[in-house]
Design a protein around this ligand. Structure first.
Ligand code: NAD
Length: 428
């Protein structure tokens, strides 16, 4: 191989490693297990899901044709308890992505100390181009295809990108029909009337808000008047902007896929919430917008990436001005950027901790379904507060005492319970 080709290949491998979610997750899992003193065989077990199912789902479309969709379900590890994690409907779903997301669900469950391992599902499809009835047939077909490996004590799905409470309702109904009994505990994120929990829709943003508050305390930043930037104005970003605004912070910039809005005096969040559409789009209605890239580098106290992965990389990490970066999105910061930001003294609250409020309230929903007794919103929020504060401080203290960055600390906390459960079961 000529030198130039080899150089290009190495560069691609390196790039791939830093932006491929599965590979970068495996790198940090390995580091965490090494720090905790586990044998290589533990890494061999935990680096991939224990079970991965690929299904082909035939769906009768409205024009009477039949379209075949591909779906996946990954179960990372069930040593602690049943696996749990959302189902994503998106044209870009890949096997590696579903696997990585299932590992992250294990880590999140470990960090907030839930009796679960991680799971994740996905279907390659574009729900924006499908009718309501086509989506129903696809959702039911997926459940029929995976029904043997899921269930309230096996693997409990939930919503994720482009899936919602209506889709959860169809899936629960299909599962209950197959099993011939009512099974609300099969899936979370359901409508309230079908056993959903109060507070589920805003749970991720609530959890992120608590993390911001705790991180600000450690950094001596008063949230009253603090300047906050939120990338993404969808489910996570819009609720979060509202909670920050209500807490007295100044949300100086927000963005969506088309661009960013900036006002150093603070944006009118209530007005923007009124104007946004169901896909989290609002900036198209304005002319004086910035790019997402420009927005990330603006001066602020707290930066919250709440859109997509790989937004803070080695290219822009040197120019990020925020004191605290709280990752509401999954994987917004590459490993190289984490290193740069940590060296620059920035405090990162990693995704597996910051966005764990969603799975926490999903767990509350499952508990309520199992006991058949339902909680008030106050009860849900009080319990979520306790869980998030404890988890944040556990990760923060681990970072301090073990002298590691917050991401590695979160992985160490997240993987420990699962590794111990594997050891006690005699698996490794
Ligand atoms: P969403 O689809 O509701 O909203 C996504 C937002 O990001 C929209 O405003 C969209 O315009 C914007 N966006 C999309 N592509 C973009 C791009 N290239 N540049 C800038 N902005 C872009 O999604 P969501 O549920 O709010 O999730 C956002 C992130 O948070 C994802 O990474 C998701 O995995 C993570 N997350 C969400 C939850 C939850 O409960 N919603 C839980 C855990 C993690």
């Amino acid at each position: 191989m000529v030198e130039q080709e080899r150089v290009a290949e190495v560069r691609n491998e390196t790039l791939d490693e830093s932006t491929n979610l599965l590979k970068s997750t495996q790198i940090v899992i390995k580091e965490a297990l090494d720090k905790l003193g586990y044998h290589q065989s533990m890494f061999e077990l935990l680096k991939e899901p224990i079970r991965f199912l690929t299904v082909r789902i035939p769906v009768r479309m409205d024009d009477n044709s039949v379209k075949i969709f591909t779906g996946y379900r990954a179960q990372h590890n069930d040593a602690v308890g049943p696996t749990k994690g959302g189902i994503r409907f998106h044209p870009d779903v890949t096997e590696d992505e579903v696997k990585a997301l299932s590992i992250w669900m294990s880590l999140k469950s470990g960090i907030v100390d839930l009796p679960y391992g991680g799971g994740k599902g996905g279907i390659i499809c574009d729900p924006r181009e499908m009718s309501f009835r086509e989506l129903e047939r696809l959702s039911r077909g997926y459940v029929r295809a995976i029904s043997q490996i899921v269930g309230p004590t096996k693997d409990i799905p939930a919503p994720d990108v482009f899936t919602n409470s209506q889709i959860m309702a169809w899936m629960m109904d299909e599962y209950s029909s197959i099993k011939e009994h009512d099974s609300p505990g099969f899936i979370t994120g359901k409508p309230l009337v079908l056993g959903g929990s109060h507070g589920r829709e805003s749970a991720t943003a609530k959890g992120v808000t608590i993390c911001i508050r705790e991180a600000a305390k450690w950094r001596g930043i008063n949230l009253e008047g603090a300047r906050v930037i939120v990338q993404g104005f969808g489910n996570a970003g819009s609720f979060l902007s509202k909670f920050m605004h209500d807490a007295g912070a100044k949300v100086v910039a927000i963005s969506d896929v088309y661009g960013a809005l900036y006002d150093p005096n603070g944006l009118d969040i209530d007005d923007l919430l009124e104007r946004r559409d169901s896909f989290g789009t609002v900036t198209k209605q304005f002319t004086n917008t910035l790019t997402n890239k420009e927005m990330l580098e603006l001066d602020c106290d707290v930066l919250v990436p709440a859109a997509i992965e790989n937004q803070i990389t080695k290219e822009n990490a040197h120019r990020i001005q925020a004191e605290i970066i709280v990752e509401a999105a999954n994987g917004p910061t590459t490993l190289e950027a984490t290193k740069i930001l940590t060296e620059r003294g920035k405090l990162i609250v990693p995704d597996v901790l910051a966005s764990a409020g969603g799975v926490t309230v999903s767990y509350f929903e499952w508990v309520q379904n199992n006991q058949g007794y339902y909680w008030s919103i106050e009860e849900v929020e009080e319990k979520l507060e306790q869980v998030m504060v404890k988890s944040f401080n556990n990760v923060y203290q681990t970072a301090q005492t073990r002298q590691v960055d917050m991401r590695l600390a979160a992985y160490m906390v997240g993987v420990r319970k699962m590794a111990e459960a594997c050891r006690f079961r005699g698996w490794v």
